[in-house]
Design a binder for this molecule. Sequence first.
Ligand code: PEP
Ligand code: MG
Length: 851
Amino acid sequence: MQKHTGFKDFTVITESSDITVARHGGRAKCMQRLLRLGMPVPKTVALPFDMVHRLAAGHMPDVAGILAEFGEAPLVSVRPSSEDPDWGGPGAILNIGMNDARHAELTKRLGQEAANAIYLRFIQGFAIHVARLDPDMFESDDISAESVRAALHEYEDEFDEPFPQDPVQQLSEVLRSMARAWEGTSARLLRQAKGAPADAGLGLVVQQMALGLGPAESGSGVIQFVSPVTGREQITGRYLSQSQGRAALAQPDGVFYLTRDDRGRSLEEHCPEVFAELVEWGRISRQRLREEMEIEFTIEAGKLMILDSVRVPRSSRAAVRIAVGLANEKIIPREEAVLRIEPRALTELLHSQVDPTGARDVFARGIAASPGGATGRIVFSSAAAQASAARGEPCVLVRRETAPEDIRGMHAASAVLTERGGMTSHAAVIARGLGLPCVVGVSGMTLRWREKTLRAADGRVFREGDIITVDGTAGEALVGEAKMLPPALDDAFQALLGWAEEACDISVRANADTPSDAQTAREFGAEGIGLCRTEHMFFEDGRLTVMREMIFANSPEDRAAALDQLLPMQREDFIRLFEIMQGQSVCIRLFDPPLHEFLPHSREGMRELAEALDLPLSDVTRRVEALSEFNPMLGMRGVRLGITVPEIYEMQARAIFEAAAEVARRGDPVVPEIMIPLVSAKREVELVKARVDSVAAAVRVETGRDFDYKLGVMVETPRAALRAGDIATHASFLSFGTNDLTQMTYGLSRDDAGRFMSSYVQQEVFPEDPFHTLDTDGVGELLLIGAERGRESRPDVVLSVCGEHGGNAESIAFCRQAGFNYVSCSPFRVPVARLAAAHLALSGSARKFAE
Ligand code: PEP
Ligand code: MG
């Protein structure tokens, strides 16, 4: 063993000692808080991060000095104390200091069984976690003297050395092994996945053992005062007589549940005074620590000792209810409740769940690693997941296990299913972070990667492309598409969003194309619709054929006839949107995609179309070929279509205005916003504006109703951003379509980039996928130029982002900084965006809540 360098840098935790989270970690600080509340905490010593760091390199502290703090021949435990408890750390080691002499002495004092159990627990912990011997050799429930001898013998056999008897050596080795475990690669990757910085430090706490074993009532347990699943008030936990540490949680036999309502015997009946004391400490810690705590306790000869207390582990749903509850009781300010919830955590609350009453054909069972349900086609690789997402097809990523390079595939998937893994495996940790339904550790499932098949335990074989549903709440995978329940959005969630709203200084709208999207957007508190992609309305049943008739029209009269059929359908769409949004802003984008997207591509489809239109098949094939383009994304789409086939935009403008006149007649006036896509020149805007204005004038006369509207431009080409000054003279708003703007700025196809994006990110060509996180350097510069030039020529121009980036926290920060008026994102991202925006607005005052 390395000789210690003699530095004395540990601190005995007292009410007044200098303990900080930044230096000693959260557990050490928490111990001090418990002491300050007057809790019966055994003596504890804190080792700071820098000492543990040196320890990993072999520089021993004054271990004898540490032990001496605990008096004559002490028994101690060591626990990790990282800055954030969620970052994990090595497991606790108990009963350090046990040796043959102490064993003999404790046998006399506490009895043979208790002494054996204490010694065995230490030998097992030391052999497995410090000496790294095979756990199978040491895991036994037998606590006979024979077992103790066998364990000592086993150790000596494996290690070629007797089991260490010197407490200083024991503690030194425990401390060093914990320090090294923290610095190991897998521990580092795991905590980094939970947001820890690369250089996160570890503190350690050494604590006098409270034994939990012996003749009078002794044991150990854990108590919580709220449900970790729902966050509602509820006393739960377990207590096991004659036990130590968290044994009550590991072993269901013979435990006491805590209250009388629970099954079996209860601690409330068995030790009413201790139970009452615990409940009181729970109340006090809620008030004074401003948090719902889980308390780890020991009863030593009838007397309560509190060993540790951590924040109750919690689902996102529980986190919201706890924060809102604390704020409602005025224990914390509302702003702090808002800041306590990680925006991304809300996704978990928003997810659909598989309807438990629906039919279930389960083909795989595993660990329910991340809640919610989702359906998609099976893909076996991250690249396939990205390609599927680019095609707009939901997919389920099925892997043996996932690794950090799968992160982009997981982003692209709707759900994840892995053969291996547990609650803290990579797939589970990442899926929870992303709010993706995930099931891991599916036993009996075999993946054949090369053949792209999945064989279930019951022998059924599934192939890439087959549709399955992952129920991350139940831990099951189902054949086909399951019936879903919409997300449950409870009062606590609504309260939190309301408070976030009060704090926000940038608005959040939703991208909503259908009445059901609009409904969801309202439920999630969107402040209007920032982008309604009208072309989606033409894909509905019964409309596609009319749309195709319009595209195939040979004369202006035929085209007008088809558009006349589409007009009332569009008008109804807009009336419904306006009604749902109840006077909030609704920004409608005129038709954007290339026309040929509406045409059939297979021979079969063409035959059907020929039948529907009563045309020869050859005519249809010829027209489809004539409409096809080499590069449709850069071809006849957006405003270019509006200029060359103006009747389409005229019909849409008429439908919008007639809908506005109709809702005004019903008493709910609305000011529609009309947005022109893919603009690159001022003249395009002039031409479309002249037509839209004249349609508005005609509808005013025809309906006898006056209405207002706004006309704006979608900035999706670099030229539009550069010429925003010119363009803004005709546009009352500029909305940056950062999907196309990213595509065009990089010259990077939105639909094909998935094929090489992971290599690019892995090799650090791009720091992140720019379609996911706004490229603030390049695309961002265009946004800033566009905003500045737009404002120069029209100071009141309304600025926004409506690309996918609108729902991304970093991108929202950029837009807010640039003084944009709003961001717009898909309805399910609205709550996350609102909370992220509130965090940004509150972060200036955040420091005042920090302790
Ligand atoms: C965009 O390009 O950013 C946008 C919102 O439009 P779409 O995704 O429909 O092209
Ligand atoms: Mg676009």
